[in-house]
Design a protein around this ligand. Structure first.
Ligand code: HEC
Ligand code: HEC
Length: 298
């Protein structure tokens, strides 16, 4: 009996050591990725401050980018995730108030954050969905910067974000793209501006900025990599999915009211509350574009 107990003791000790080594490995591997400083140089963009530019920036922030869903309605920051295992992640205060980054970020810093997913230090931002925003035109990026600089300062000092063991393990296992900067081609060229007509070309642009992050690069849906576990899979928006038979009115209703043609409500993970602020032309453009994409099974 004693001998068995002794061997069980060794086994438990061995397992505990293995778990510790694994934890140290995960910690080390994830920490190296957080600390990496990316030498990305943002292309200088010219930021005009006229009212039309600021209005376009407000539209991109509210209707297309959904920035407020994480940074808060007044962009003064929110606590996004508060879970000892996953981590404590804050979307920063973007205003010029106390605790805000609005007064310290240069235009190039804004570009690096929005289109490259990088902090001014060069480190990769966590959760910030820059894979989508990397598609923004220079003109729309400049409009976003002009708008964010125009909003009233709000004092809101937030603690530093921390990442817990579960998020680190999922990241090292390649299950969540926590650092979107790792998935962006930082050398890519950005379009200067996009013609805003109700046609497939503008629809393709809007889908790349607003839809593909969840519905996938081919828009065929499936599990949302960066979403919380309770989110349902995103729908297949290609002609191989259920929207194939929808009319433009059906599609407009989904984006404006969150209702499918049969009257059922879409899950709240689908951010139609932002998209309902899209213009009629924008919804038409996306509708036409979705008719032109390759049918791909989910
Ligand atoms: C899904 C949530 C989410 C959305 C949507 C989002 N952000 Fe962020 N953003 C974050 C988080 C979280 C951080 C902080 C990341 C960190 O600390 O590593 C951040 C950081 C930033 C920063 C970096 C500031 C700095 O000094 O490091 C800027 C600028 C920013 N966001 C602007 C925007 C804009 C503009 C939009 C919309 C076009 C947007 N964000 C949409 C989550 C989000
Ligand atoms: C933050 C993630 C997210 C983004 C961004 C997003 N969607 Fe969705 N969408 C979802 C999810 C999740 C569902 C499935 C909801 C459900 O099952 O009730 C969905 C469902 C839909 C549906 C309903 C399809 C059906 O068959 O019921 C349509 C249409 C749709 N999305 C269009 C869009 C368009 C167009 C965009 C871009 C303008 C977009 N979505 C952006 C998450 C997203």
């Amino acid at each position: 009996m004693r001998r068995v107990a002794k061997w069980l003791g060794y086994l438990a000790g061995g397992l505990a050591t293995l778990v510790l080594l694994l934890a140290a490995g995960v910690y080390g591997a994830s920490e190296a990725r957080y600390r990496k400083e990316w030498p990305v140089v943002a292309k200088p963009v010219t930021v005009q401050r006229d009212s039309a530019t600021i209005a376009r920036g407000a539209h991109v922030v509210h209707a297309l980018g959904g920035c407020t869903s994480c940074h808060g309605d007044n962009l003064a920051g929110t606590k996004m995730i508060d879970d000892p295992a996953f981590g404590r992640i804050y979307a920063l205060n973007l205003t010029r108030g106390k605790g805000g980054v609005g007064s310290t970020l240069s235009d190039a810093d804004f570009d690096r954050a929005i289109r490259h997913g990088l902090a001014p230090t060069g480190r990769a931002l966590k959760i910030m969905p820059s894979t989508d925003y990397a598609n923004l035109s220079d003109e729309d990026l400049a409009a976003v910067i002009a708008f964010v600089r125009s909003i009233p300062p709000v004092d809101n000092e937030l603690p530093l974000s921390t990442v817990g063991p579960v998020a680190r393990a999922l990241m090292v296992a390649g299950k969540i793209p926590l650092l979107e900067a790792e998935h962006i081609d930082h050398e890519r060229l950005h379009v200067l501006s996009v013609s805003r007509t109700p046609m497939a070309g503008y629809g393709a642009y809007l889908a790349s900025v607003s839809c593909k992050g969840c519905h996938g690069p081919k828009l065929n849906g499936g599990r949302i990599a960066n979403g919380p576990p309770e989110w349902p899979p995103a729908a297949n928006l290609t002609p191989a999915g259920p929207t194939k038979t929808w009319t433009e009115e059906d599609f407009r209703r989904l984006l404006r009211e969150g209702k499918r043609p049969d009257g059922s409500a879409v899950n709240a993970a689908m951010p139609w509350r932002h998209f309902r602020n899209m213009t009629d032309d924008e919804i038409t453009a996306i509708f036409f574009y979705l008719r032109t994409v390759q049918p791909v099974a989910t």
